[in-house]
Each structure stands twice: as structure tokens, then as C-alpha cells.
Design a protein around this ligand. Sequence first.
Ligand code: SF4
Length: 189
Amino acid sequence: MNRKSPPLHAPRKRRLATVSLAGCFGCHMSFLDIDERLLDLLEYIEFDRTPLTDIKTIGRCDLGIIEGGLCNAENVQVLREFRAHCKTLVAVGACAVNGGLPAQRNQHDVGLLLRDVYCTQTGVSKGSRVPSDPELPLPLNRVHPVHEVVQVDHFLPGCPPSADAFWAFLNDWLAGRTPQLPTALIRYD
Ligand code: SF4
């Protein structure tokens, strides 16, 4: 990783929110891998809703970072709220960009899958049922990438995108440039 910090330019502190939908938090971990450069970043941004601060509600934000696709009704609700509150939305990671690993279930019937996992798999207790507590979000028939539900302004591919990719993106964005990652930072694995 290139440890040298590129210069950051921004006229005021921008508000940034992040969320994980149907993802594994690996993209958030990669974002945190910018390590001490986070301190530079905090000169120019402040966090709104994000697992990094545990703030649970979103206010007006300049940038929303979305990890993960949509596999249930709650994901859709959270994403729409993010879109409504964020001037700019970026889908980060394979799950947000194209559904990623969770979308492998799209080739199967979700009802059959649930019955298989909760009722018929080896080791499942006799009489086990598919959980149906009303507090549980309803699963969608298929996993959707973010752009199939709301408009997305930027995509950061990779599983996960590297810390340097996050850093380059944020530098461009803070400087008012259209984020354009160098080829070396674009990956699809
Ligand atoms: Fe995890 Fe990869 Fe999905 Fe990011 S893209 S949430 S690292 S599985």
C-alpha cells in the first residue's frame, strides 16, 4: 500500500454516512485500512450515520457510502432513506455494485432455500420451522444491486475495494473532481 497521503482540499467539513446492507462489513474494514490517513480525513469530514460511530439515524449528508446489495425489505427502506438524505451516493464493493456473493442465491427459489436450511437440512431439530417473527425483515425473492433500486452516482468495485481506492476516491470527491480511479486501483476480485 502506498502510505504517502495525497493532499486533501475542501472548503468546509462535509458530512459522510456509511451503511452495510447485505454485506459482510469487509468493505468497511477496507475503508478503515486507510489507517492514520483517517486523521487527515477527519480534518475535512464529519461522520453522520455509520457503524463506525454507531449513529443510527441519518441527517442531511454530502456523501453516502453503501456496502452490500439488497436481500430484504429493510435493506430497501434503509437504502431509500440514504438516497433521500445524501447528495452523492457511492456503491462500494461487489455486493453493492452487482449483488456479489449473496446474489448466488438468485438462481434458487428463496422459499425452497429457507425450508431447506431451517426444516430439512441434516442436523435440524424435528419440527423446526422457517422463522416468522414479525420483527424479521421479509426476504426479497432475489438479491438486487443498489443501482436497481435507487440512482447511484459512483461505483467503487472490488471485494473489497482497497484502502487506497477509498483514499483516491475521497480525495477526488473532496477536491470537487469527478472521482476517477487509476486503473491500478480498479479491481473486480
Ligand atoms: Fe464483503 Fe466483498 Fe461484499 Fe464488500 S464486496 S461486503 S468485502 S463480500
